[in-house]
Design a binder for this molecule. Sequence first.
Ligand code: BMA
Length: 311
Amino acid sequence: MAEPIVRRYEGNPILAPADIPYEVETVHNAGMAKYRGKYMMLFRAHKATGRCILGLAESDDGFRFTPRPEPFMVPATDGLFAEYEAFGVEDPRICEIDGEYLITYSAYSRHGVRIGLARTRDFESVERVALISQADMRNVVIFPQKFNGRYARLDRPHSEISPWSIWISYSEDLLYWGDSRVVMYPVKYHWDEMKIGPGATPIRTPQGWLHIYHGVFPTMDGAIYRLGVCLHDLNDPAKILSVCDRWILQPEHECEVTGYVHNVVFTCGAIAEDDGTIKLYWGGADKVMNVGVARIDRLVELCLNEGRPAL
Ligand code: BMA
């Protein structure tokens, strides 16, 4: 059998609700970062109310994680954030830039879903910075480098009119974002035809920014969430050099097929290693966290050799 693109860790799932020392029903869609040599996993967890909080677990090897005794971020209780996070906080991404860690997360309320930006320097205290989108935006992923002095982010507006596509926006101060344009479309009758969205914080490679995203396909049995990969130009991230035409990971393991929402693999984070591999982390069926290893050069080759245009 051919070597899988993403080799699943044999100990999956690596984190599950029963491992958490406080009440949670799910542990999934975690943003990832390396902090002082440790792997930090900022996971989303449903409470039994159906609303979500963010918890933190850490690891020395990227495979065996120890959860902190308390949640890391729960919905804010005062100010503007309290109003817009009232229904919960979800799907965090972490971007390390200028010595701090930016956390972008979905903030849910009766007003819809918008994106909150928080930051931490030490994974002990966390400070909310701003709400950086209106409704209805999700999956905001900030590039870990500025372009001509500006931050760049990928996002995915909800839209019933145009395809659910990936967009880019820029900001000088992280607060006000603009110069927005669409960079990638789903493709009809492909595995990602229904919608696509940014996934893990992009990883810099000599050939471009490697971006692992999710794509959704509707079936008579419900939607299937899979992961794909594309390559953004190193100096102009609005330019996607190529999108790999095939998925790189689909629900196969029992814990990806059955869980809180069936048939879902969903990533919010990956960690690049010095040996040319990445550790890719994904939520399985919106219930548990998994990890797998992939070679960066193989992912790049897949984009370049089995590619399709982005738009
Ligand atoms: C999306 C998001 C993800 C989730 C996925 C599958 O719309 O809500 O957080 O993993 O659906 O349920």
